[in-house]
Design a protein. Structure first.
Length: 257
């Protein structure tokens, strides 16, 4: 098993990529702390992990709040004795986040507080726990939009993910000699509730699908498998990477007809 004897904390594990990762990490031997602001979703993930024979615990945490971020790390250490893998996955996407011309400051602040400050706080409280454990792996979820511009913009979301990418590199370099690796996971569009409002309109869906070489969205399980690699010791020399899992979007100029 690829995460035998590891303790993994996954934020936003009540849905989508975080839930699939919790299930996969547990199948690979990890004991999992499921952190989410959505209690029902988080509890359901724990139930699914336990039903599959794994070990997990839920902690209510709004990653944009320092006290919650601190608490989720404490829960990991109190419940399972240590922390080895920190997966800062929680993120939001707001329907009113659009062009720089009409996105409000309130939307900007909200998206930044979860997507960027949330990762900062996860690291602020998580890194000391990883150091106490003698090292570990940090996975921060950015996005392919941190690498490309779009004419159908989400200005706050994109800026927040660019920040995650830059912050991850800095953490990767600062702690490398203390046995901590940090990598930014950059998924392409994934079929999860996050994107549902955006893709409900068939024209909006098609506007995006045309730019994806395989012509389909990713499944959350495909992103979870990449996260598993970054979490495990198999990626022992992967540090500070922009780990792109996007079906080739960032490689494409003209996609197949
Ligand atoms: P999702 O909406 O299915 O899951 C996100 C989870 O985060 C939810 O359970 C939600 O309750 C939780 N969450 C939201 N705000 C929170 C907060 N303040 N504190 C704690 N938990 C909070 O979305 P997903 O697609 O699984 O997204 C996971 C990550 O992947 C996000 O960071 C997202 O930006 C990123 N991402 C998603 C896509 C995509 O197309 N779905 C693409 C690239 C990157």
């Amino acid at each position: 098993m690829r995460l035998q004897d590891k303790v993994a904390l996954i934020t936003g594990a009540g849905s989508g990529i975080g839930r699939e990762s919790a299930l996969l990490f547990a199948r690979e031997g990890a004991r999992v702390v499921v952190a989410d602001v959505n209690d029902a979703g988080g509890e359901e993930t724990v139930r699914l992990v336990r039903d599959a024979g794994g070990e997990a615990v839920f902690v209510h945490a709004d990653v944009s709040q320092a006290s919650d971020a601190q608490r989720m790390v404490e829960v990991a250490e109190e419940t399972f004795g240590t922390l080895n893998v920190l997966f800062n996955n929680a993120g939001v996407f707001h329907a009113a986040d659009g062009s720089v011309l009409d996105t409000s400051e309130e939307i900007w602040d909200f998206v930044m507080s979860v997507n960027l400050k949330g990762v900062f706080l996860g690291c602020k409280y998580g890194v000391p726990a990883l150091l106490r454990a003698g090292g570990g792996s940090i996975i921060n979820t950015a996005s392919f939009v941190a690498l490309m511009g779009a004419a159908v913009p989400q200005i706050a979301y994109t800026a927040s993910k660019g920040g995650v990418l830059a912050m991850t590199r800095e953490i990767a370099v600062e702690f490398a000699r203390r046995n901590i690796r940090a990598n930014a996971l950059c998924p392409g569009p994934v079929d999860t509730p996050l994107l549902a409002p955006l893709l409900a309109d068939p024209a909006a869906r098609q506007r995006r699908l045309v730019h994806i070489p395989p012509g389909r969205l990713a499944q959350a399980s495909e992103i979870a498998r990449a996260a598993l690699f970054l979490a495990s010791d198999e990626s022992s020399y992967v540090n500070g990477a922009t780990f792109v899992v996007d079906g080739g979007i960032t490689a494409a100029y003209i996609t197949p007809e």
